[in-house]
Ligand binder design. Structure first.
Ligand SMILES: CC(C)(COP(=O)(O)OP(=O)(O)OC[C@H]1O[C@@H](n2cnc3c(N)ncnc32)[C@H](O)[C@@H]1OP(=O)(O)O)[C@@H](O)C(=O)NCCC(=O)NCCS
Length: 192
């Protein structure tokens, strides 16, 4: 019988390197780069929250700058995505432990539109899935996205995630009823 529960507690800080990118912890010096995209209404459009303020960017960087334990529900790894050969942050990926008991994690991504359309989000999210299924021994990783967020849908599908659910008008986005897709991947479905 397959083991379903393991003690995977650990502290994550290490950078992750891909062909073109480095995923690393944010530092306070990244605040302006992060604010440059997190302040944009078009970036926050499907995030069910307002754009971040500069202070909000700095606060969440400070809270996540030392990495995260990966032990308790809600533990969150936030990584800045940088190009190998160039300075600056082009976006971010995030992984949250939603159930330590069942080894479930939620993945997300937010990128600067100046760097859209180059495959960076897919490449970074793919690397984070490798960490989730490898080092962190996740059993299932899922993404929740507004059904109108077609760019994000394409990221999920390029990663080979399965559309598991279409929740209809399950949330309120201002005065718009929002519908949500849930995409997911199991460890045994992930091919590095
Ligand atoms: C979701 C989001 C990250 C997607 O960004 P994106 O630029 O479309 O995604 P990628 O960086 O993976 O780029 C993929 C595109 O680059 C193209 N591309 C160009 N050169 C490429 C290369 N060398 N390698 C791979 N893809 C390349 C792909 O064909 C693809 O284009 P397509 O989607 O038109 O088919 C971005 O729209 C975003 O940050 N949105 C706001 C935040 C948000 O909604 N986050 C999701 C919440 S659930």
């Amino acid at each position: 019988m397959t083991a379903v529960s393991r003690n995977t507690a650990q502290h994550i800080t290490a950078p992750v390197v891909t062909d073109r990118l480095v995923l690393r912890l944010f530092t306070p010096a990244d605040t302006e780069d992060r604010y440059a995209y997190q302040c944009l209404p078009e970036v926050a459009r499907y995030l069910y929250r307002p754009p971040l303020t500069r202070e909000g960017c700095a606060e969440s960087i400070a809270a996540r700058a030392r990495g995260t334990d990966w032990r308790t529900d809600g533990d969150t790894l936030l990584l800045a995505v940088c190009r190998k050969e160039e300075p600056g942050v082009v976006g971010e990926v995030v992984l949250t432990l939603t159930s330590a008991h069942a080894r479930q994690a939620e993945i997300g991504w937010v990128f600067n539109p100046r760097h859209a359309g180059r495959g960076y989000a897919t490449e970074a999210a793919g690397a984070l899935l490798s960490v989730a299924f490898g080092q962190l021994e996740a059993h299932r990783v899922f993404a929740r996205l507004d059904a109108l967020n077609t760019a994000s849908v394409r990221v999920c599908e390029r990663l080979g995630m399965r559309r598991e659910a279409h929740l209809v008008e399950n949330d309120l986005d201002g005065d718009r009823w929002g519908s949500e897709y849930v995409y997911a991947l199991l460890a045994r479905e992930w091919q590095d």
